[in-house]
Write a protein that binds this ligand. Structure first.
Ligand code: HEM
Length: 416
C-alpha cells in the first residue's frame, strides 16, 4: 500500500467558516469519501468520522491519549488546536492516574446525587421562565442561564453570579479566538472565576457544608486529601462542562420543535415521550461536536498508519449520523430506540455530567412546552456560534409567545 493510500488526505477544517455553515454536510461528505482522513489544517490531524473508528479510538486510551504531550506545543490537548486553558482533572488524565479522580467526581454526579437536585433544577427553570413569561417575547437563548445557575449552586457558589460564569466558560468555547468577546473572557472573566472559586475552596475547608465542593474537600486520593489546585481543576471543568453543553442541546431542540410543529404537539400531548426524544436530540445536535486525542505510538488503525505524536479528532457528531449505525440518520425520530449515540463520548472519559445534563434538558424543554406552547421563532433572526467545530449552538433565538403569569418570587432578590 502506498503512503498516500495509508494517509488519505481530506480538505477539512472543523474551525473553518465553510464547516460552520453546514457541519452535517461536511461530515457526511468526509464519511463517504474517507471515514479516517488526514487533514493539513492546524498543523495536521486525523479526522475520525465513522462510528466504528470513533468507537474504537475512544475505548483505546492506551493508543489515544487525553493527556497533554510535548508534541504540537503546550495546552489543552483534547481540542485542536490546543487551547491555553487551565489543567482540568480528570479529563486530561489517562488511566491509571485518572481512575481515582473519576471515582471522586462520579460520587457527586451519580443518578442518586442528581435526583436530589430535581427541586433545585425546577426552581431555576421556573425562575428563568418567570423572567420572560409576562412579556410575550424573548431571546430563547435565555435558557443558557439555567444550567449555569444550577451548576454553580450545586457547587455551593453564588448562583446570582451565573452570568459571569457563562461569560467566562461558555465564551471561551463558542467565540472566535482573537475576537473582543474571547479576549475579554480570557483576560477578565476567567481570572474572576479563578479568584472566586479559589476563595470558595478556602472557605469550605474552614466550614464544609453539604455542597459538591465540600464533598471534594472530604474526598481522598491515594489516601490523602486533594490539594486546592486539584479541587480547583475539577471545579473549573465541572463549570465549563455544565454551562454550555446543556444550553446548546436545549436551544437546538427548541428551534427544531418550532420548525416541526406536529412533533412539538406530540410532545405537548404526551410528555412521557420526552426522555426518548432527548436522546434523539442529543444524537442529531451533538452539543460537543468533536474532541481530540494524541496518538501515543506508531500503529495500524482502521486501515491507516498512525504515527506516535499524531493528533486525532474524534467526531461524536459525525459518528452519530453514520448510516452503518443508524437507520435514516438524518431523520429526527423522537421515538428512535435503541439509540446508541455518542453525544456524551464513550470509554473512560464518557461524560461525568450526563445524568445532570439530561435532567436539566428535560426540565427546560418540558416547562417551555407547558408554559409557552405556541412560541414562534424568528428564523431570520437566528444567530449561530461563528465556530461550530467544538461546540454547536445558537447565540440568539428571537421568539414570541402568548404571555403568561409568573409562578414564583424573583430568583435573585430584586428583578433584574
Ligand atoms: C448535554 C449536555 C452534555 C454533553 C453533550 C456533554 C458532552 C461530553 C463529552 C462528549 C465528554 C467526553 C470528553 C472526552 O471524551 O474527552 C464529556 C465529558 C465530561 N463532561 Fe459532559 N456533557 C454534557 C453535560 C455535562 C454536565 C452538565 C457536566 C457537569 C456539571 C459535565 C461534565 C463533564 C465532565 C467532568 C467530563 C469529563 C469526564 C472524564 O474525563 O472522565 N458534562 N462531556
Amino acid at each position: 500500500m502506498t503512503e498516500q493510500a495509508r494517509r488519505p488526505i481530506a480538505a477539512f477544517d472543523h474551525h473553518s467558516p465553510q464547516h460552520a455553515e453546514d457541519p452535517v454536510g461536511t461530515y457526511r461528505r468526509l464519511r463517504a469519501e474517507n471515514p479516517v482522513a488526514w487533514t493539513e489544517a492546524h498543523g495536521g490531524y486525523w479526522v475520525l468520522g465513522d462510528y466504528a473508528s470513533v468507537f474504537e479510538a475512544s475505548r483505546d486510551d492506551d493508543l489515544f491519549s487525553s493527556a497533554r504531550h510535548e508534541s504540537g506545543g503546550e495546552g489543552l490537548a483534547i481540542v485542536i488546536p490546543k487551547a491555553p486553558t487551565a489543567f482540568h482533572i480528570p479529563i486530561e488524565l489517562d488511566p491509571p492516574t485518572f481512575r481515582g479522580y473519576r471515582k471522586i467526581v462520579n460520587k457527586v454526579t451519580a443518578p442518586a446525587a442528581v435526583k436530589k437536585l430535581d427541586p433545585v433544577i425546577e426552581r431555576f427553570v421556573t425562575g428563568f421562565i418567570d423572567e420572560i413569561i409576562e412579556s410575550g417575547e424573548a431571546d430563547l437563548a435565555f435558557v443558557a442561564g439555567v444550567p449555569a445557575a444550577v451548576t454553580v449552586d450545586w457547587l455551593g457558589l453564588d448562583a446570582a453570579d451565573y452570568k459571569r460564569y457563562v461569560d467566562a466558560m461558555h465564551t471561551l468555547v463558542s467565540a472566535a479566538p482573537g475576537s473582543e468577546e474571547y479576549n475579554h473572557a480570557r483576560d477578565v472573566a476567567v481570572p474572576w472565576v479563578e479568584k472566586t472559586v479559589r476563595a470558595h475552596i478556602a472557605a469550605r475547608r474552614q466550614n464544609p457544608t453539604d455542597d459538591a465542593t465540600s464533598e471534594f474537600i472530604r474526598a481522598e486520593i491515594d489516601g490523602r486529601p486533594m490539594s486546592d489546585d486539584e479541587i480547583y481543576s475539577i471545579l473549573e471543568l465541572l463549570i465549563s462542562g455544565g454551562v454550555g453543553t446543556t444550553a446548546s442541546l436545549v436551544t437546538q431542540s427548541l428551534v427544531w420543535l418550532y420548525e416541526n410543529p406536529d412533533q412539538r404537539q406530540r410532545l405537548i400531548d404526551d410528555p412521557s415521550l420526552l426522555d426518548v426524544a432527548v436522546e434523539e436530540f442529543l444524537r442529531v445536535f451533538s452539543p460537543t461536536q468533536a474532541l481530540a486525542r494524541t496518538v501515543t505510538r506508531d500503529a495500524e488503525f482502521q486501515g491507516v498508519h498512525l504515527r506516535g505524536g499524531d493528533r486525532a479528532l474524534l467526531s461524536w457528531a459525525s459518528a452519530n449520523r453514520d448510516p452503518d449505525q443508524f437507520d435514516d440518520p438524518d431523520t429526527v425520530d423522537i421515538t428512535r430506540w435503541p439509540n446508541r449515540h455518542m453525544a456524551f463520548g464513550l470509554g473512560v472519559h464518557r461524560c461525568a455530567g450526563s445524568h445532570l445534563g439530561r435532567a436539566m434538558a428535560r426540565a427546560m424543554i418540558s416547562q417551555v412546552l407547558e408554559r409557552m406552547p405556541d412560541y414562534e421563532v424568528d428564523l431570520d433572526g437566528l444567530v449561530t456560534y461563528p465556530d461550530q467545530g467544538t461546540n454547536a449552538g445558537y447565540h440568539s433565538i428571537p421568539c414570541r409567545f402568548t404571555p403568561g403569569e409568573r409562578r414564583g418570587e424573583p430568583l435573585f432578590g430584586a428583578r433584574r
